[in-house]
Write a protein that binds this ligand. Structure first.
Ligand code: ADP
Ligand code: ADP
Ligand code: MG
Length: 480
């Protein structure tokens, strides 16, 4: 493998190129019109324009991206996360063009891309699942019967959902019918697949996920857990590793369950198995993400393993040289996703120019960044600017470094989640480790709620709605 095309943008494109360069592999960027001077374009050895700014005319156009790869003599394509990373049609097309897809097979992507197919695939292993249905619901009568038997609250979920979208909590049986209809129509619009199912709504869960690695020679390892309970809109904002609630026994059991999930679809490469952990420390399989995860850096810091390097080596057909008993957790890592979003208005995307943009640095501070001073934050893509990651000998040290790093990260021109990050780092519940997925709703007081004038608030809500619709329409992932 001498040349890799990275089919992505922003921090993750830069991140992938760093590991490729380390291995002596040349890098190729693709970009849309608005990204002509973006850092990933500057960092790459070669860069090619693939189309206008909207992602459905550039970063999501399979034929254009594969043509660039073939024409420039690349041997492989790395998809990053988001965009085409979990698109089985793309994985297949890359292979058919005679190139290597740095990721799992199209078959693994297809199985795990559907939450229902995933439940079916893992059913031959003894993996605990959230009580609920494992088949698409036929109609609202069936939905009601099942909701009655499980007991409220329940969650109606889109099988093809992702990125925190396509979920509806139902507290009263009388609401099941209407919620079912809306869930089906939303899932059809956003994901092109109206299959929905019901799960028991776990009232006070933690989101704990396990990083796994597999090669093409039946070797599987896990690289411990990440605690991702600090979420807004069912999407993570702060992650840490290790989790304060796992002991060695639970870590081992969850790690083995994650490996079984990976085995159930003959997985290859880096992947993440997501679980919910309830207040009694029972864990339940949620889904598997068949790609590099946004928050992979915290695992790299506590394990000392470069996950992108491993992805590349596995894709080259090599055997994993890391064995489970060689791995151990050293220190503690925390990640804050620095989004161009306004925490004061319910994390609405904030668009503008980065008039000031200065990154913190120092021992134990890693910034996976995709922007530079003077750049505009485009409306077309996910509004994440960077990931601020700190590493310390223990949790207290990682937290102290995060506060120091936030104070030395200077952003002017767009609203962002740095101040929210500091709020979390100083909050007694976070400091004590007593958190669940409701942390933001429970503790983060929306200061503007009482003071905002109603017109501004309405405008903000409309903008958010349009943005989310835009995102779901353009990021919806076609299935095989
Ligand atoms: P991770 O799962 O890696 O922790 P996210 O949940 O934020 O992180 O998802 C990573 C990216 O993939 C985000 O940009 C998210 O919007 C996108 N994404 C994942 N699955 C889907 C999907 N089915 N539809 C739309 N976007 C998705
Ligand atoms: P996505 O594909 O959008 O990432 P997930 O199934 O991974 O969907 O769920 C995302 C988040 O939604 C979880 O981290 C959790 O906060 C919440 N969630 C999902 N399923 C449940 C459930 N059964 N009970 C409570 N919360 C849930
Ligand atoms: Mg998930």
């Amino acid at each position: 493998m001498k040349k890799i095309l990275v089919a992505n943008r922003g921090e993750i494109a830069c991140r992938v190129m760093r590991s490729a360069k380390k291995l002596g592999i040349a890098t190729v960027a693709v970009y849309s019109e608005v990204d002509v001077n973006a850092p990933h374009v500057v960092l790459a050895d070669e860069a090619y324009l693939v189309g206008p700014s909207p992602s459905d005319q550039s970063y999501l156009v399979i034929d254009k991206i594969i043509k660039v790869a073939v024409d420039c003599g690349a041997d492989a394509i790395h998809p990053g996360y988001g965009f085409l990373s979990e698109n089985a049609v793309f994985a297949n097309a890359v292979k058919e063009a005679g190139l290597t897809f740095i990721g799992p097979s199209a078959e693994s992507i297809t199985v795990m891309g559907s939450k229902l197919a995933a439940k079916e695939a893992v059913s031959k292993f003894d993996i605990p699942m959230v009580p609920g249905t494992d088949k698409a619901l036929k109609d609202k009568e069936e939905a009601l019967t099942i909701a009655k038997s499980i007991g409220t609250p329940v969650l109606i979920k889109a099988s093809a959902g992702g990125g925190g979208k396509g979920m509806r909590i139902v507290h009263e049986l009388s609401e099941v019918g209407e919620a079912f209809d809306r869930a089906v129509s939303e899932a059809t619009n956003a994901f092109g697949d109206g299959s929905v199912f019901i799960e028991k709504y776990i009232t006070s869960p933690r989101h704990i996920e396990i990083q796994i690695l597999a090669d093409n020679h039946d070797n599987y390892i896990h690289l411990f857990e990440r605690e991702c309970s600090i979420q807004r809109r069912h999407q993570k904002v702060v992650e840490e590793a290790p989790s304060v609630v796992l002991d060695d026994d639970l870590r081992h059991r969850m790690g083995q369950a994650a490996i079984d999930v990976a085995r159930s679809c003959n997985y290859s490469g880096a992947g993440t198995v997501e679980f919910l952990l309830d207040s009694e420390k029972n864990f339940y399989f949620l889904e598997m993400n068949t790609r590099l995860q946004v928050e992979h850096p915290i695992t790299e810091l506590i394990s000392g393993v470069d996950l992108v390097e491993q992805q590349i080596k596995v894709a080259r057909g090599e055997h994993l040289t890391i064995k489970q008993d060689m791995l151990s957790i050293t220190g503690h890592a925390i990640e804050l996703r620095v989004y161009a979003e306004d925490p004061e208005t319910n994390f609405m995307p904030s668009i503008g120019t980065l008039d000031t943009y200065q990154l913190p640095s120092g021992q134990g501070i890693r910034v996976d960044n995709g922007y530079r001073e003077g750049m505009e934050v485009p409306i077309y893509y996910d509004p994440m600017l960077s990931k601020l990651v700190t590493y310390g000998a223990d949790r207290d040290e990682a937290i102290a470094k995060m506060i120091y790093a936030i104070d030395n990260y200077h952003i002017e021109g767009v609203k962002n989640t740095l101040s929210f990050g500091e709020f979390v780092m100083r909050h007694p519940a976070f400091l004590s480790g007593d958190i669940d997925t409701h942390f933001v709703a429970k503790y983060f007081t929306n200061k503007d709620d009482t003071s905002a004038n109603p017109e501004d608030e309405l405008a903000a809500k409309i903008a958010l709605k349009l943005f989310l619709e835009y995102k779901s329409n353009h990021l919806a992932i076609p299935r095989l």
